[in-house]
Ligand binder design. Structure first.
Ligand code: CA
Length: 312
């Protein structure tokens, strides 16, 4: 018999984050869907005890290029990330480094495929935005203008910076944010995967955030930008069920006449009050609490005897 068998188990509440993820995609205003989406829960055994649960990988890609080039490019991007990270990673591996390597590999594969297929698909490429969570830590990587948003305390914040011409013009003060929304050049990208043999050294852009209970993450393609306001995205993303939220976002875009493919992933973060059992004293060893409890009990008994003797 060990000490832990005899002593009571103290139950203490411990906050843990739970993450639920839903996604939806639709051709929207087009006949073909060149967007691709992938969501997977990372194997818990590979994540390690220090990072708890709630480990997901979420990826959205928006392909471009004629003769199915866009579909091929977005599919290669998703497949490369799934193969690199989606099957599990070492618990101590640096997720930002893994994501960078996977993005660079995806770029090379798409470029090689484009070259191999010749004229029609030579210019094929894709945006790629990916988010991984390990417990409360989220790592987001992006190339192109598909976006990751954070919804926190009833506010929508764009996490990723668009690699687009209009985003650059806004940053330089040449045009306003509102002008960017309606600019005829709003679809012109500065960076995408598959356009160059090697991805630019500063890419992908990496963002690391610490998640809080009630946060939402939204990953989406640019099909929403023309037809949904920030407030639309905020209100719909706040739905309790992330699968329903993603489906509603896509439906909303279609109802408003989206001319492009539309894809959304919604992740909702919640605090699970887990009642975690912590044993008093290590198994196999004597607890320091035991003599203390005995002493307290002895003092109480002596006090009661004293009360009976002197008062009664
Ligand atoms: Ca698009």
């Amino acid at each position: 018999m060990t000490v832990t068998d005899r002593l009571p188990v103290i139950v203490v509440p411990e906050d843990e984050l739970r993450i639920a993820v839903g996604y939806a995609t639709d051709p929207g205003g087009r006949t073909e869907n060149e967007d691709a989406v992938f969501v997977a829960e990372l194997p818990a055994s590979d994540v390690g005890p220090a990072t708890d649960r709630a480990s997901f990988m979420m990826v959205v890609a928006d392909g471009m290029g004629g003769h199915q080039g866009g579909e091929i490019a977005s599919r290669i991007a998703i497949d490369t990330l799934r193969e690199s990270i989606g099957n599990g990673t070492a618990a101590d591996a640096d997720m930002a480094v893994l994501m960078k390597q996977a993005f660079r590999r995806a770029n090379e594969r798409i470029y090689e495929q484009g070259q191999a297929q010749g004229d029609g698909t030579a210019m094929m490429g894709t945006t790629l935005v990916a988010a991984t969570t390990r417990g409360k830590y989220a790592t987001i990587a992006s190339v192109g203008d598909s976006r990751a948003y954070l919804v926190r305390a009833n506010r929508l914040t764009q996490i990723t910076k668009d690699h687009s011409l209009v985003a650059q013009q806004v940053a330089e003060g040449a045009i306003t944010r509102e002008q960017a929304r309606t600019s005829p050049q709003r679809n012109v990208l500065m960076h995408a995967l598959g356009q160059q043999p090697k991805l630019d050294g500063k890419l992908p852009s990496i963002y690391e955030i610490t998640l809080l209970p009630e946060d939402r993450l939204l990953l989406c393609t640019d099909g929403f930008y023309d037809v949904a306001t920030d407030d639309d995205l905020l209100q719909v993303t706040l739905a309790v069920d992330p699968e329903l939220a993603a489906a509603r976002l896509v439906t909303l875009a279609i109802e408003r006449g989206a001319s492009d493919n539309v894809t959304a992933i919604v992740a909702s973060v919640s605090a699970a009050r887990v009642r975690k059992a912590i044993s008093v004293g290590a198994a196999g060893g004597r607890s320091v609490l035991e003599p203390v409890l005995v002493a307290i009990a002895a003092i109480l008994i002596m006090a009661m005897i004293a009360v009976v003797y002197f008062v009664l």
